[in-house]
Design a protein around this ligand. Structure first.
Ligand code: GDP
Ligand code: IMO
Ligand code: MG
Length: 428
């Protein structure tokens, strides 16, 4: 019966892809529930290195059926390219379903994302430019096209006629660019529909059946809790619900079925895009982390902003997700530092606080309060047993465990599937 969530605990890119690839060995289904191809999930295993954007990271395991839930926004061209590339590399992509209720990222969404970002000037969010925000705007405004609509010639024409006039008015009158041609868009959408048809399914029903049969369903998060449209540092967020609540609505899985929620945390902090990050570093430590860990975006290639672990943000993230366990990734990146720090409080307006403020204006004024720990020289890189970790690294892990407020059940010591310490079984 149980479903399990895997959620980014920070600002995305925590290593969810790696962790889901590990956990999918014991899942019957892996279902993505939010975001779109703004996500970039890296997996390294016996089959090679892969960058997934829409396809769930369970695709490498023959035991797990993969699905894209209704909460995801799907760019059909991007998905077909991704599927084609996976197939070329010998993967079985037939074990995939796409919810007929998922919304489609249309070409005008991609255009509008880029035009809106330019128009924001200094206030740009630093979006991935994949059309994600505009697609979710249309979903909420009831002006979206859904995957199921692509399969119905008559209904698709009706829907496009209902929305394209307004989109073209935006493109031409607000942004002064060329309008999109109805006929071209219609034909292209129908072609995408024809190519995706055999994947389209009522995903919520597949999940309900799997749960009723006692199967294990892994709910795959994208982005991170601090990018959640409600709980993140608004407006520097993505446009979907990347916390565990989004898993329930984004798949149609009742909350009572969710038995465990694993938060994935990096052993330090990174962020790509704009918005405050209290523990950000601007010195050689940030450069050292960035270069050593190759902290450049999986989707856009942009350099990631780097800083020490933010315990205030981590506890907040844990509270809003109810993490039952955590997976700590990239511990090996900190090998060889003389000392490592954790941001344990924020100093703002003459006070020290230990709660993540709702107001972004306040977060912008916060300064980090550090706790410093001795570093370690014995490498953790590639370790597969807890006993292999040097005592200083263990002490650091224990401090992070206290900060997050739940057991760290899995420690990742390298990008490869096998470079993993499973302290206690997750999804057992
Ligand atoms: P995701 O979006 O959360 O799936 O994370 P990304 O794939 O965007 O970024 C995480 C990066 O860290 C990828 O390059 C992974 O290969 C890498 N990675 C994951 N876990 C580890 C780890 O424990 N150690 C190291 N060195 N790299 C890791
Ligand atoms: P994964 O799943 C890191 C960030 C963007 C930008 C903000 C809004 O790989 O962890 P959007 O294109 O969503 O409108 O951009 O959100 N962002 C991510 N940052 N990892 C991601 O996904 C992200 N998806 C979006 O950089 O700051
Ligand atoms: Mg990523």
């Amino acid at each position: 019966m149980p479903a399990y969530g895997v959620i980014g605990g920070q600002w995305g890119d925590e290593g969810k892809g790696k962790i889901i690839d590990v956990l999918a060995s014991r899942a019957d289904m892996v279902v993505r529930f939010s975001g779109g191809n703004n996500a970039g999930h890296t997996v390294m295993n016996q089959q090679g290195e892969f960058k997934l954007h829409l396809v769930p990271a369970g695709i490498f395991w023959p035991n797990s059926w993969c699905a894209i839930g209704n909460g995801v926004v799907v760019d059909p061209g991007a998905l077909l390219d991704e599927l084609g590339a996976l197939e070329e590399r010998g993967l079985d992509i037939s074990r995939l379903s796409i919810s007929d209720r998922a919304h489609v990222v249309m070409p005008y969404h991609v255009l509008l994302d880029q035009l809106e970002e330019n128009a924001r000037g200094d206030n740009a969010i630093g979006t991935t430019g994949k059309g994600i925000g505009p697609a979710y705007v249309d979903k909420t405004a009831r002006a979206g096209i859904r995957v199921g609509d692509l399969l119905d010639e008559t209904y698709l024409a009706e829907r496009l006629e209902a929305v394209l006039g307004h989109k073209n008015a935006m493109l031409t009158k607000v942004y002064g660019v060329e309008p999109l041609d109805m006929d071209t868009l219609y034909r292209q959408s129908l072609e995408f529909g024809a190519r995706l048809r055999h994947y389209v399914a009522p995903v919520e029903k597949l999940v309900a059946n799997a749960l009723a049969d006692g199967k294990k369903v892994l709910l795959e998060g994208a982005q991170g809790a601090l990018l959640d449209v409600d709980h993140g540092g608004y407006p520097y967020v993505t446009s979907s619900s990347s916390t565990i609540g989004g898993a329930s609505t984004g798949v149609g899985v009742p909350p009572r079925h969710i038995k465990g929620v694993t938060g994935v945390f990096k052993a330090y902090s990174t962020r790509v895009g704009a918005g405050p990050m209290v523990s950000e570093l601007f010195d050689e430590v940030a450069d050292r982390i960035r270069e050593k860990a190759w902290e450049y975006g999986t989707t856009t290639g942009r350099p990631r902003r780097c800083g020490w672990f933010d315990a205030v943000a981590a506890r907040y993230s844990s509270n809003i997700n109810g993490f039952t366990s955590a997976a700590l990734t990239r511990l090996d990146v900190l090998d060889g530092f003389d000392s490592v720090k954790v941001c344990v409080g924020y100093e703002v307006d003459g006070k020290t606080i230990d709660y993540f403020p709702g107001s972004t204006a306040v977060v912008q004024r916060c300064k980090p309060v550090w706790e410093e720990f001795p570093g370690w020289t014995t490498p953790t890189e590639g370790a597969t047993k807890l006993e292999a970790l040097p005592p200083e690294a263990m002490k650091y892990v224990k401090r992070l465990e206290k900060a997050i407020g739940c057991p760290i059940d899995l420690i990742s010591t390298g990008p490869h599937r096998d470079e993993t310490i499973e302290v206690r079984p997750i999804m057992a």
